[in-house]
Ligand binder design. Structure first.
Ligand code: FNR
Length: 365
């Protein structure tokens, strides 16, 4: 049966659910434990309302911006999500091409099913490398050097995963990477395979390989092995925002890992303002988590974000339509954001202010 035309990025989730094996779909869709934060990442956006300005000439809208000095077409980028070839045979290649075509940045996961070199081979594009720090620091050094050599422009250091969050669907499914796929960045390092485990194969892999001792001094250490700027991904408090600034981070990504780590942390959009205030404009603050609409992007920017990243919709669109699907979600959210700016009375990103929105706290205060 033919469905009507896809009109927003959320519609790809149902198609992905039909198309993908249950183990793959559940891995992509799940959050941790009760999935309270998963729901809240969306619901918190819906509690923020607009204060649009009228009678402003909005005949031309400029959505361009720069991130770490790199020009992008819109403040909407692609978050790292692991194992994209489980969604579509072209996996990360398709995502890289779609991001480049849209003129925006893509973040490649450490646990990609395509290597940094393979992704670079797709042609020019702005790419960041998401880093998980392994116990074996030689492996980390080697990987960071390879990313730098392959033309990656920044490291997104994930700091919310000393252990894997409890994703109960993955435990029930005994989640493991399909046998035809490997963690391509670790192939040849004997770390490219994930073994079947008594529970989630990924949780066991993390427990075996990822360095739980990771601390702020390692953020400094990373700066001694690379010239790439470091974005600290997974900050949701003012305290940690201040520490990120002091440890030389080039930016912060307010993230709760798509609600897959600690359940009952606030939605990222609820934590954003305290992080922005603490960063005092010294480094840019980005956000991911539940961004699905152009209105969400506007709200994040109004609360001080320099840009946003999108996670799950990319893998769902990949599953449905490969590169064309990813291109389509980027096109749809871009058009929605442009319309939101026009209806909100903003012609460029710097026009978007805190006064263009109000939250429940504003109403109480
Ligand atoms: C992720 N995320 C993630 N983060 C990271 O730093 N390294 C990774 O390998 C992955 N892998 C991953 C896989 C899947 C299937 C999901 C859904 C998420 C987290 C991701 O970068 C981002 O923080 C969230 O996905 C953003 O939330 P939304 O857009 O999915 O709601």
């Amino acid at each position: 049966e033919k469905m009507g035309e896809i009109t927003n990025m959320m519609e790809y989730q149902a198609i992905a659910k039909q198309k993908l094996p249950k183990m793959a779909y559940d891995y992509y869709a799940s959050g941790a434990e009760d999935e309270w934060t998963l729901k809240e990442n969306r619901e918190a956006f819906s509690r923020i309302l607009f204060r649009p300005r009228i009678l402003i000439d909005v005949s031309t809208i400029d959505m361009t911006t720069s991130v770490l000095g790199l020009k992008i077409s819109m403040p909407i980028m692609i978050a790292p999500t692991a194992f994209q070839k489980m969604a579509h045979p072209e996996g990360e290649y398709a995502t890289a091409r779609a991001a480049a075509a849209a003129g925006t940045a893509m973040t490649l996961s450490s646990w990609a099913t395509s290597s940094v070199e393979e992704v670079a081979s797709t042609g020019p594009g702005i790419r960041f490398f998401q880093l998980y720090v392994y116990k074996d620091r030689k492996v980390v050094e080697q990987l960071v050097r390879r990313a730098e050599k392959a033309g990656f422009k920044a490291i997104a250091l994930t700091v919310d995963t000393p252990r894997l969050g409890r994703r109960e669907a993955d435990i029930k499914n005994r989640f493991v990477l399909p046998p035809n796929l490997t963690l391509k960045n670790f192939e040849g390092l004997d770390l490219g395979k994930m073994d079947q485990a008594a529970d989630s194969g990924l949780a066991s892999y993390v427990a075996g390989q990822i360095d739980r001792t990771l601390s702020w001094k390692d953020v400094k250490w990373l700066q001694t092995i690379t010239t790439m700027p470091i974005l600290v991904k997974g900050v949701i408090t003012a305290e940690d925002a201040r520490l990120a600034v002091h440890s030389g981070a080039a930016g912060i990504i307010v993230s709760n890992h798509g609600a897959r780590q600690l359940d009952y942390v606030p939605a990222t959009i609820s934590a954003l303002e305290e992080v922005v205030t603490a960063a005092q404009g010294r480094i840019p603050v980005f956000l991911d988590g539940g961004v699905r609409r152009g209105t969400d992007v506007f709200k994040a920017l109004a609360l001080g974000a320099a840009g946003v990243f999108i996670g799950r919709p990319v893998v769902f669109a990949l599953a449905a339509e490969g590169e064309a699907g990813v291109r389509n979600i980027l096109r749809m959210i871009r058009e929605e954001f442009e319309l939101t700016m026009a209806l909100g009375g903003c012609t460029k990103l710097s026009d978007i202010t805190r006064r263009h929105i109000f939250t429940e706290d504003d109403r109480l205060g």
